[in-house]
Design a protein around this ligand. Sequence first.
Ligand code: SME
Length: 149
Amino acid sequence: MSELKKRLSSILESPKHNTEEKLQKVCHLLDQEISYFNWTGFYFKNGDKDELKLGPYVGAPTDHDIIPYGKGICGQVAVSNETFVVPDVHQQDNYLSCSIDTKAEIVVPIFKDGQNIGQIDIDSHKIDPFTDEDRELLEWLCKEVSKIL
Ligand code: SME
């Protein structure tokens, strides 16, 4: 297991913090360790509504604290149930701009008991920065996060 995964695991397993604090720390660690992760945050299904609500994040404040299912990259992942890697956000019609600096985005769904209940969303200021290792790390992380929800 990579050093970063070990550190993420130890945050998620820590008895000292509640879920919200753990997710906030996960965002901080990813933001700190991966230079091209420039906005890192969680969205979760908002009760029984077909919309996402912003959870813990690190990065510039966003206007998109509520995202209807189907809207933007995040809303599309809420209905597709699949990781969405966007190398260049300007090539996407169904995209919600958070910051003019954002050039690329990756969104990975989180499943609990087979239901898509949220996601991790990363924005980058670099074009096409995300590697297969990033995708693998984030998909692993979402499975680990699901265990504490
Ligand atoms: N760009 C996202 C909106 C959320 S912000 O990136 C934080 C989207 O298109 O869904």
